[in-house]
Design a protein around this ligand. Structure first.
Ligand SMILES: Cc1ncc(COP(=O)(O)O)c(C=O)c1O
Length: 492
């Protein structure tokens, strides 16, 4: 490309009028798409495409040295739509990914264009203010007291790591941040055997090793009993580990079970441990008067994470790491970066980079703050109730059917179940569920996932899409029966 062509391309690329036209055309296209997805006129949730085939198809179209120009935008993005999973389709019942409020997506467009990172105040003044207001509102709503505070970060995995780094700094009895892991007793955390894998990953990143994650056994209802906490602590002692934190799940990923936070809090207090709650999915339950009792004990937490991209209809990622004492939020990354930050970290709450791993940081609070402005906090509490109620109805439908069984009564909007056509032997159940799930994926008619519980492979749904009707759930059951019959016929 010669200089003249470059100049011309640049002019076109930044021309406000071009942007206006592209944005109008794109929002028109996306509004049509939403209409098709929401009304189920899109005939699949996910186009069946094998990963290598998709890769090879795109590999045939090498990245051009001279682009196709502005006109290529819509045809190209239309193709992207076709190959994407459609989370607004009522038949999307898979992982804990929301059907985002469209207006939140518009806020993301604005965030991207403004590109106000938030690590440094000047680079994102309002993002830092909105983040602080959101975190304080969440902490106070959870009952964590007047000194609550924290920081927004990119996702629950990062949030859990951030909180556990604070826990180690405050409770391990050694300054690992500055002095390293040398000369300390090997450290450990305790967490339920149902915890999300990111907790163990965080612990390993922190150098605790496999032995530094002491799993607390859960019972058949996926609950922690106080004796199991004692047993895990004894196990830590046997391994010569110094436990500095105990982590509670609210709720668990696999089955949506809220752990006994009160028992965990009491244990943490008795042994002077940090009490962290992984509320990535379930923290917004506090917004529902009907269900907030499930979080009893959370008010004793030293830290908790709250993902708004799960139960608050936000696009990814918007995570709050909330501390009982906002001063603890400065513990995880207390390293000086003189070219960015100058004073006493605590006096400079407005540089969120002091308290997160991110340096360049996405302007993530805008969408949540805006949506709360538009719809109010009560709207989000009602959303929780709507989803939990529908999941309870789905459980009732499954239990009433002679050929379905649920793993455990759902406490949230996550449900695990199995199809058991009459006469199916126990030893054939896993194969049958695996077959059903892979056939569902092949057809693209629904999107659900599978998980392995101690009793075997289960089908797993998360009811996060408020556009789903009970009739869709009946249709899903019928479809599963059809796919199950296929397998039985094949075996005969
Ligand atoms: C309980 C729990 N914690 C943490 C995470 C990780 O959150 P993220 O995907 O935002 O990193 C998840 C994700 O599903 C989760 O369910």
């Amino acid at each position: 490309m010669n200089d003249k062509d470059f100049e011309q391309r640049l002019q076109e690329a930044y021309a406000p009028e071009t942007f206006r036209q592209q944005a109008h055309a794109l929002t028109d296209m996306l509004a049509d798409y939403l209409e098709q997805a929401e009304s189920k006129r899109l005939d699949h949730v996910l186009a069946p495409n094998e990963p290598n085939a998709l890769y090879q198809a795109w590999q045939k179209r090498p990245l051009p040295s001279h682009g196709a120009g502005e006109e290529a935008l819509l045809p190209f993005l239309r193709e992207v739509l076709q190959e994407s999973i459609h989370v607004h389709h009522p038949h999307y019942l898979g992982h804990q990914v929301s059907a985002p409020l469209p207006v939140a997506a518009l806020c993301d467009l604005m965030s991207s264009l403004l590109n106000n990172g938030a690590a440094v105040y000047e680079m994102g003044p309002l993002e830092n203010v909105f983040g602080r207001l959101l975190v304080e509102w969440m902490g106070k709503t959870l009952g964590m007291g007047d000194k609550t505070g924290g920081v927004m970060t990119s996702g629950g995995s990062m949030g859990n790591l951030t909180a556990l780094l604070a826990a180690r700094q405050v409770k391990a009895g050694v300054d690992v941040w500055n002095e390293g892991n040398n000369n300390t007793n090997p450290l450990a955390i305790m967490v339920s055997d149902q915890s999300h894998y990111c907790i163990e990953r965080a612990a390993r990143l922190m150098g605790l090793g496999a032995d530094g994650v002491i799993k607390i056994r859960t019972d058949a209802a996926f609950q922690i009993q106080p004796e199991a906490i004692e047993a895990a602590y004894a196990e830590a002692q046997k391994r010569g580990r110094k436990v500095f934190a105990i982590v509670g799940g609210a709720c668990s990923t696999a089955t949506g079970t809220f752990e006994n936070l009160e028992a965990l809090a009491a244990f943490a207090k008795a042994h002077d441990l940090w009490f962290h709650v992984d509320g990535a999915h379930g923290a917004p339950t506090i917004l529902s008067e009907l269900h907030q009792h499930k979080l009893k004990g959370v008010e004793h937490a030293d830290s908790i994470i709250w993902d708004a991209h799960k139960m608050m209809m936000m696009p990814a990622l918007v995570t709050a790491v909330i501390f009982r004492d906002h001063l603890d939020s400065y513990a995880p990354f207390s390293q000086a970066a003189s070219y960015l930050f100058h004073g006493n970290p605590q006096d400079e709450w407005y540089h969120s980079g002091i308290r997160t791993l991110e340096c360049t940081k996405v302007m993530m609070s805008l969408k949540l703050y805006t949506c709360i402005q538009l719809y109010g906090t009560a709207f989000f509490g009602k959303f929780v109730e709507h989803q939990y109620a529908q999941t309870a109805r789905f459980a009732a439908m499954l239990k009433a059917a002679p050929d379905f069984e649920i793993a455990v009564e759902p406490q949230a909007n996550i449900i695990c179940f199995r199809h058991r056509p009459e006469g199916t032997r126990d030893e054939d159940m896993d194969d049958l569920q695996a077959h059903i799930r892979s056939r569902i994926l092949e057809t693209g008619k629904f999107y659900i996932v599978r998980t392995t519980l101690p009793t075997g492979i289960h089908l797993r749904c998360t009811l996060l899409n408020p556009l789903l009707h009970d009739a869709d759930l009946l249709e899903l059951m019928g479809f599963i029966r059809q796919l199950g019959a296929e397998k039985v016929k094949r075996a005969a």
